[in-house]
Design a protein around this ligand. Structure first.
Ligand code: IPD
Length: 274
């Protein structure tokens, strides 16, 4: 029997694949770029078109569903997560990468019902990486099951973090402190320029943890479910439950690793909650 969630998932997957082709076709072209909060925070015509394509397609099929989209919110829309079925969309996560033609950008699409994640889809069309998860059904890369690493020790870990699309000096200072403290005691530090794809490296076991201060719900909505379904943890960097509107996140392959990292990290409270 086909359930409502099967239908939501299939429609969302088809639309994501279609929208992904738009990103892939345009990655090498010259983009028309607008600046948002600062000179490294961009929106392109393609971000807007992908978001519209997804909202129209999902809205036509599921008129009662709500949306939180990065570009809609940037243009003054609401960022309200209620118990209603809500699609949370980052049309191009890694817009700066997209503008440069650095092929690590993706669509991130999550469905929350009763404020809990039910569907997560992350698609990098340049590298043909399609990460998917449904609650209690496992996590997949191109249809094959994925699992987080079993690392429990920071000294053996690859940790992902980045400055994000901000020139805030205080934020940069804390990032440098975290970098200085972590790099000598871990295996390595990595960064892809896309919060969602950083999370997917943890989900597939390529990296062991990722944290960032300054993200938004659309950067992490799909990734949270995919990491959890791959066996990992997603928490607040201070060690408590993740608060999706708090603009901070810590993901790890194991709770032990998450705890070690959270105890070491210099905490940073950026701009007000979303
Ligand atoms: C950004 C990317 C970046 C992360 C920022 C995000 P955007 O998303 O995920 O890697 O560091 O925090 O805002 O603006 O490209 O959708």
């Amino acid at each position: 029997m086909v359930s409502d969630l099967d239908t939501y998932y299939n429609v969302a997957l088809n639309l994501t694949k279609k929208a992904g082709q738009l990103i892939k076709e345009r990655i090498s072209e010259k983009k028309s770029v607008e600046i948002k909060s600062c000179d490294i925070d961009f929106v392109t015509e393609t971000d807007r078109q992908v978001e519209q394509l997804l909202i129209k397609g999902l809205g036509d099929n599921f008129p009662e569903h709500k949306f939180i989209g990065e570009e809609g919110v940037s243009d003054g829309g609401q960022c309200n997560l209620t118990d209603a079925p809500t699609w949370i969309i980052d049309p191009i996560d890694g817009t700066l990468n997209f503008v440069h033609g650095f092929p690590h950008s993706c669509i991130s699409l999550g469905l929350f019902i009763n404020s809990q994640p039910e569907i997560g889809i992350i698609y990098n069309p340049m590298l043909e990486q399609l990460f998917t998860a449904r609650k209690d059904h496992g996590a997949y890369l191109n249809g094959n099951p994925i699992r987080v690493s079993d690392h429990t020790d920071l000294s053996q870990a690859i940790i992902m973090f980045e400055n994000g699309t901000s020139r805030d000096e205080e934020r940069y200072k804390i990032l440098c402190e975290n970098h200085k403290m972590l790099v000598p005691i871990i295996h390595g530090m990595r960064s892809l320029g896309s919060a969602a794809l950083n999370m997917m490296m943890v989900a597939m076991g390529g990296a062991d943890a990722y944290f960032e201060f300054g993200i938004h719900i659309w950067d992490i909505a799909a990734g949270e479910l995919i990491i959890k379904e791959a066996g990992g943890v997603v928490i607040d960097p201070s060690g408590g439950s993740v608060d999706r509107m708090s603009r901070r996140v810590l993901c790890a392959s194991t709770q032990t690793l998450a705890d070690q990292l959270s105890q070491k990290l210099i905490q940073y409270y950026p701009t007000p909650r979303d």
